[in-house]
Design a binder for this molecule. Sequence first.
Ligand SMILES: CC(C)(COP(=O)(O)OP(=O)(O)OC[C@H]1O[C@@H](n2cnc3c(N)ncnc32)[C@H](O)[C@@H]1OP(=O)(O)O)[C@@H](O)C(=O)NCCC(=O)NCCS
Length: 151
Amino acid sequence: MWRIARDSGELDLNSPYSYVMWCRDFSATSVVARVTDVRADGTPVGFVTGFRRPQAPDTFFVWQVAVDEAARGRGVARRMLDHLGDRLIADGCRFLEATVTPDNVASERLFRSFAVSRGAALERSELFGAEQFPGDHEPEMLFRIGPLPAH
Ligand SMILES: CC(C)(COP(=O)(O)OP(=O)(O)OC[C@H]1O[C@@H](n2cnc3c(N)ncnc32)[C@H](O)[C@@H]1OP(=O)(O)O)[C@@H](O)C(=O)NCCC(=O)NCCS
């Protein structure tokens, strides 16, 4: 996961320790996609890390999502979100949140595609302005999707 985040070209890279700790304590709200084709080598090609907001447990926040460049455009990220969405809706979640920087078209399309497929509304607002970060950092726009229908 650390390697995929490092090579993503977009994400803020967290420490290796934070990824192993995330897998220890937040595996219920995270997912890793592995290659299981004819090579069946199980190589990880994507991940989603997330958490349920402590003060709003019906809301699942996607912290990071990334897919290896070679595996992009094949629905891997959508399938990871669908998998997590199904798991968390069954466990009582009704909203998905994530932040997206304004120029990240792929990420925006991913979350819009998820919202449309679930028949859910998507609200967009600024969560953190550029001035809240050190150095050059774009604003982080909050995407809030929901209510998500239970099956
Ligand atoms: C964002 C990212 C995870 C998408 O992964 P992916 O597996 O290629 O996405 P998918 O193939 O599942 O596509 C999901 C939807 O987004 C659209 N999409 C994906 N990449 C796109 C691009 N570069 N331009 C336009 N649309 C794109 C797809 O067409 C699809 O829409 P549809 O369901 O309406 O057809 C990937 O581009 C990535 O890792 N980017 C770098 C890290 C990053 O920016 N993470 C998000 C930070 S919030």
